[in-house]
Design a protein around this ligand. Structure first.
Ligand SMILES: O=C(O)[C@@H](COP(=O)(O)O)O[C@H]1O[C@H](CO)[C@@H](O)[C@H](O)[C@H]1O
Length: 274
């Protein structure tokens, strides 16, 4: 039986270049995947508003996983009936895994006095600050701050203090995930849980019993997704080592960075495994 391939991809540092967010080296492979009807599903710490722009540019019209797995958006043109546990938003079924952003802001505020001046967070940063720390353009930076479920934190202190900060947030009930630039503070969600939920939704609703999931990522916030997928692709980063995995098989490591490594590994996988 032919298997339906589902490609789950991180954005920054993976499909997009870490520094300038360029995706042009991936365009040929995106077209190849489209011609094979293999959905490319962004799984990112970005917001839905950021993805709306990027997915339109990339001509992707399927589901997406936003804010580090905090929510999944399933287009109603693809999933005709409401999947269990989803709410409805215009044009989408939405599976939410965590409480809204204000809850996590409130929780972070409990650590202000102890960690004063050791971190910055999006909700207290000007758009100019976000541009400075991300290199995003003015509009993209604004869209990055339209968060519904999570808060990015820029850590400024020592590694030791960062470990303590994360431990205290965890004690308060948060989950903290390290992205390429920021710590993502939210609830008990990650890109791996979201991948598992979405593969199940594909199998139930679209009758795709035999699926092969490929996950591509470069950072620690991608680990859960790289562990949960059938095939894991680690993309080389200019700023950090490959994320550490416990799985020992079905792993591809790119030799090129960002979108070039993305295309490099998917070419090999399409030849060998699909
Ligand atoms: O934490 C980070 O470094 C990145 C990680 O994004 P990915 O999960 O790698 O797509 O996400 C944050 O910064 C981006 C800009 O560099 C913003 O676009 C995202 O909204 C923000 O969560």
């Amino acid at each position: 039986m032919l298997k339906q391939v589902l490609v789950f991809t991180d954005m920054d540092g993976t499909l997009l270049d870490h520094d300038n967010y360029d995706y042009s080296p991936a365009l040929d492979m995106l077209n190849t995947l489209k011609s094979k009807h293999f959905p490319v599903i962004p799984a990112t710490s970005k917001t839905k508003a950021e993805l709306d722009v990027l997915m339109a540019e990339l001509q992707l019209s399927g589901p997406c996983i936003v804010e580090n797995g905090a929510a999944i958006y399933l287009p109603q043109h693809l999933f005709h009936t409401r999947p269990e546990g989803c709410i409805e938003k215009p044009g989408y079924w939405v599976k939410e895994f965590v409480r809204p952003r204000p809850h996590w802001l409130d929780l972070i505020s409990k650590l202000f006095s102890e960690f004063d001046s050791e971190f910055l967070q999006f909700s207290n940063m000007s758009n100019q600050d976000i541009i400075q720390y991300t290199g995003l353009d003015e509009k993209s930076a604004r869209l990055a701050n339209t968060r519904l479920y999570s808060e990015p934190v820029k850590w400024l202190g020592t590694l030791e203090r960062k470990t303590l900060f994360i431990a205290q947030l965890q004690q308060l009930g948060a989950n903290v995930l390290q992205g390429g630039r920021f710590l993502g503070v939210s609830g008990q969600c990650d890109k791996g849980l979201a991948l598992i939920w979405l593969v199940d939704a594909y199998q139930r609703q679209l009758g795709l019993r035999a699926t092969v999931s490929i996950a591509l990522g470069d950072s620690n916030n991608d680990v859960a997704m790289l562990e949960a997928s059938d095939i894991a692709v680690r993309i080389k980063s200019p700023t950090h080592n490959f994320p550490t995995l416990t799985r020992t098989s079905g792993i591809y490591d790119s030799s090129l960075m960002g979108p070039s490594g993305w295309s490099e590994c998917l070419s090999k996988i399409l030849i060998r495994e699909c």
